[in-house]
Design a protein around this ligand. Structure first.
Ligand code: SF4
Length: 343
């Protein structure tokens, strides 16, 4: 821990299901240079889409203040997300400001700017990076990101992150049936033995624009069977309580892979994550339909204690468990877009 004393941290803040607030995912921008069809379909997020104006986005000082308040409430991990967080100008400066807080700082990125930013981010205090890479098949990848962005450039970014000391890099791959499920083994084979860890994510009904269908979901169990048939796997224990990934180790060496099974094996029971949108609203679930505006408090002279009290009350009342309740009845809920609250 760095900066403020550990003694400043209050005891665990529990929600109505006794889940502690431990992780804060901060969206630093709602913009992205990709148009991944399961997240920001171009039909919706096209040329005329109105992204948040600069005046409505939290400043670095406001983000750092909120992060300090959450650290005081027991948050131990910050994850910077977006949209695409590396599009936020001066991101290393924000990381440097956050690194004065006794907290672990990670980043989730599409890797498009990592070659350029990995070193400055690491020097600023970033400790871990997760890169979204859904397939190694260049044609499929360009179709999935709908920005004609090549796989090679993302792989170069992963190498740059490793050279900057941000390894082992975690690689997140969202698997859609009939789109990239035939390339699962290629991803596993490519990263096996590199130290980097591929996590295969079940395609989720995030937001309200990606046209999600259950038929398009490839269960984590099926993904594991596919890999196991070529590279025998054995289950590995979680690294910590509340870890979302189910870990599998290569029985014959070579590291591990993981699956994130929000659809077929929900993990809401141990969910310790809060989310802050780029315009300063607090969300207590990825599938939330509404948030709590903290920006108004930040800009109207509220004290840190008043903001902490608002966060505390919201978390205490939290009873989210969307993935456990997912059904036909939840299909039409006006869920917040993932690109707005940072996945
Ligand atoms: S659905 Fe909501 S409560 Fe469940 S694990 Fe995801 S973010 Fe947490």
């Amino acid at each position: 821990m760095r900066g403020a004393q550990a003694s400043d941290v209050l005891g665990p803040l529990l929600d109505s299901r006794a889940r502690a607030l431990r992780d804060l995912r901060i969206s630093v921008t709602d913009r992205c240079n990709f148009r991944c069809r399961y997240c920001m379909p171009r039909e919706v997020f096209g040329r005329d889409f109105e992204f948040l104006p600069r005046s409505e986005i939290l400043t670095f000082e406001e983000i750092a203040r909120v992060a300090r308040i959450f650290a005081h409430l027991g948050v131990q991990k910050l994850r910077l997300t977006g949209g695409e967080p590396t599009l936020r100008a001066g991101l290393p400066t924000l990381v440097r400001m956050l690194s004065e807080i006794p907290i672990d700082i990670a980043l989730t990125t599409n890797g498009s700017r990592l070659t350029e930013l990995a070193r400055p981010l690491a020097d600023a205090g970033l400790t871990r990076v997760t890169v979204s890479l859904d397939t190694l098949d260049d044609e499929v990848f360009r179709w999935m990101n709908d920005a004609d962005f090549p796989v090679g450039a993302v792989l170069d970014g992963i190498d740059a992150a490793a050279r900057a000391g941000l390894g082992p890099v975690k690689i997140n791959a969202v698997i859609r049936r009939g789109i990239n499920d035939h390339t699962v083994l290629d991803l596993a084979r490519y990263f096996r033995g590199t130290g980097h860890i591929v996590r295969f994510i079940e395609y989720m009904d995030v937001g309200a624009t990606n046209g999600w269908r259950l038929d398009d979901v490839v269960p984590g169990a099926e993904i594991i069977r596919t890999i196991d048939a070529t590279f025998p796997l054995e289950p590995a224990p979680s690294n910590y309580p509340g870890e979302v990934v189910r870990r599998w180790r290569y029985a014959n060496g070579g590291g591990e892979v993981g699956v994130i099974t929000s659809v077929t094996e929900p993990f809401c029971g141990s969910c310790t994550r809060a989310r802050l949108s780029a315009d300063g609203s607090l969300y207590t679930c990825l599938f939330a339909t509404n948030g709590t505006d903290l920006r108004h408090l930040l800009r109207s002279g509220a004290s840190d204690d008043e903001i902490a009290a608002t966060v505390g009350a919201r978390w205490n009342a939290r009873d989210d468990r969307y993935s456990e309740l997912r059904a036909a009845s939840t299909a039409e809920l006006p869920r917040i877009e993932m690109s707005y609250i940072g996945g």
